[in-house]
Ligand binder design. Structure first.
Ligand code: AMP
Length: 570
């Protein structure tokens, strides 16, 4: 298939501000894609070259991309830089240059999707000394084959800034419509995607083997699965009501969730909650996993926490300092960590996904050799509310965040927030106060003391059913002056000219600036009320910024369903 065809789709997608139209365009297009190319098309539609957990990221620096444009167009870099200052979008600059430029004589054959994909991969995989120049040259040669519109999108893909607002769920919806004729079947695609979060594999399996093929997808060591999530309740007493029989109550640690995989060859890979490969950030943890775990092959989950010299837990923010590209060895010494292991999903050739929590814990306990660096999560087994509360208070004294109750009979439900796991945090004890992880979708210019910076941010919750973002509050408090100053810079790369298609917003709340839904922040709010002004039809009252949640993707924000559930509980 020619890339030109995909470009025509991109152009249409860019024009639409309706999520449904977007799905329709995508599914019509998918129907026409040859089976051997459907996987690549799904990646490219998401502006990716591989699944999120593969370390294949293009994300070239703007300067290198501008150099490539200059090289391919035979222009001075300064001219290109001047144009970019005027338009702010490197893709449009390339398009403009190419419109003026006669089509090259050397290459008359059109750019195919396969060729584009292969060349982009070559750019992504070149590393080491001199690789920046090599990347620039490769991109320039790719651009010289492209038409004006193709150049626009090649540049955006190279910068990892496709920004069409298509998300993974939008692609799954469109695949379900295109290949099963019914959007309702997305449920089955999503279930498989939770266990295998790679759109290419899902698309190719669906095309080749249908829904039956998707059912057979299981956990593979080295390929992360989406993590199981916890529900919340309003009263502690509800926990035993929601779960039958005995309950395991574990401490809730305030750190970073990690899924660790060890394959038969001994290779260890760590995945974050966003399923990014974060192995290089925690060389100390990799060593502990090699040293203290008996099975040859395993997948386990736990929470990484920063600890002081007496092994007392330190706040999440301290651990976040370990999220860095440089000085890793120095920070390994500076901020020691512990892994609190709480789940075991695979052991020596056997997937434990369909085993009960109790059985999985049995494998967990028996696999860990005693040591001070990684250990089973602190927990008790009980049926009594008093004991749950007692354990909760004890965990707070230990400076943990709260507790997570888990049903002993529960299977691991990948990517699902169900009643098998229920969280209870210290904030819940203060009346009507709760925290929400919301996506920044817009900003309002500040006035008075805040002129020149943003006065407030428009935040949205995720609507899982519709795969959209619904506004729930405008937050202007909780920011330090320093943060207020930094915000415009931090948000700049997400700025959009018009409302992105998957954001729903009522006229009354329209912000001055729109953002691509990417950045998640934690908000503390006092109350949930009905609202005619927010698209969620609910609003959070007295919202206050708490912290950035860079460990969460937009689709992992608090959902509308969760907020509604909280209202029902009251
Ligand atoms: P939340 O982010 O508020 O939805 O809470 C769920 C998160 O709590 C998980 O994603 C983990 O990162 C974290 N967590 C801390 N301790 C545990 C535990 N014992 N079991 C499961 N998750 C835990």
């Amino acid at each position: 298939m020619d890339f030109q065809k995909l470009v025509e789709l991109y152009e249409e997608l860019e024009q639409t501000s309706s999520g449904n139209k977007m799905r329709e365009l995508l599914s019509d297009f998918f129907k026409k894609v040859p089976p051997g190319e459907i996987g690549l098309v799904t990646y490219l539609t998401l502006g990716r070259l591989a699944s999120e957990f593969d370390d294949v990221v293009l994300g070239m620096a703007e300067k290198s991309v501008l150099k490539a444009i200059a090289l391919a167009a035979g222009q001075d870099l300064s001219k290109i830089q001047k144009m970019i200052r005027e338009t702010g979008d490197a893709g449009s600059v390339a398009e403009k240059m190419w419109q003026k430029k006669p089509r090259p004589l050397v290459s008359t054959s059109p750019l195919t999707i396969h060729e584009l994909f292969e060349k982009l991969h070559k750019i992504a995989s070149s590393s080491g000394p001199g690789s920046q120049d090599l990347k620039t040259n490769l991109l320039a040669s790719l651009l010289s084959k492209a038409s004006a519109k193709e150049a626009k999108y090649v540049v955006r893909i190279a910068l990892s800034q496709l920004r069409m607002g298509v998300g993974d769920m939008t692609v799954l919806d469109a695949l379900a419509i295109a290949y099963t004729g019914d959007k309702k079947n997305k449920e089955f695609l999503e279930k498989a995607y939770n266990i295998c979060p790679d759109v290419k594999i899902i698309a190719e399996t669906l095309v080749a083997k249908g829904l039956k093929g998707l059912e057979k997808i299981d956990l593979h060591v080295g390929r992360p699965i989406k993590m199981m999530l916890a529900q919340r309740v309003q009263e502690l007493e509800e926990i035993p009501e929601k779960m039958e029989g005995k309950i395991a109550v574990e401490a809730k640690f305030d750190g970073e969730r990690v899924q660790t995989h060890k394959d038969q060859k001994g290779k260890i890979t760590l995945f974050s909650r966003r399923l990014e490969n974060i192995t290089h950030q925690f060389p100390d943890l990799v060593e502990y996993l090699k040293k203290y775990l008996q099975p040859k092959e395993f997948v386990l989950e736990g929470e990484i926490i920063a600890v002081d010299e007496k092994e007392n837990p330190l706040p999440f923010q301290t651990l976040m300092q370990r999220r860095r590209k440089y000085d890793i060895t120095e920070y390994v010494k500076k901020i020691p960590l512990q892994l609190k292991v709480f789940d075991f999903l695979f052991i020596d050739g056997k997937s434990l996904l369909h085993e009960s929590y109790e059985k999985r814990w049995h494998y967990l306990e028996k696999s860990i050799n005693k040591n001070n660096h990684l250990m089973p999560a602190d927990r008790i087994i009980t049926e009594s509310v008093e004991e749950i509360d007692e354990f909760f208070q004890k965990m707070l004294k230990k400076k943990y965040e709260g507790i997570i109750a888990k049903s002993l009979a529960g299977e691991y439900q990948a990517g699902t927030r169900g009643w098998q796991w229920i969280k209870w945090k210290k904030e819940y004890v203060k009346e009507m106060v709760d925290t929400f992880d919301l996506v920044i979708v817009g900003a309002y210019y500040g006035r008075g003391r805040r002129s020149g910076v943003y006065g407030a941010l428009l935040c949205a919750a995720y609507n899982q059913k519709k795969d959209s973002f619904e506004t729930v509050c405008k937050v202007g408090t909780g920011f330090t002056d320093k943060l207020l100053e930094e915000l415009p810079k931090k948000l700049k790369k997400y700025e959009m000219n018009a409302k992105p298609a998957r954001i729903n917003c009522k006229k009354e709340m329209e912000p001055n600036v729109w953002f691509e839904p990417k950045l998640v922040i934690e908000i503390l709010a006092a109350e949930i009320t009905k609202s005619p002004f927010h698209s969620a039809e609910l609003a959070l009252r007295f919202p206050r910024f708490v912290r950035f949640r860079e460990d969460k993707k937009a689709e992992q924000a608090t959902t509308i369903e969760e907020i509604k559930e909280m209202v029902r509980e009251k």
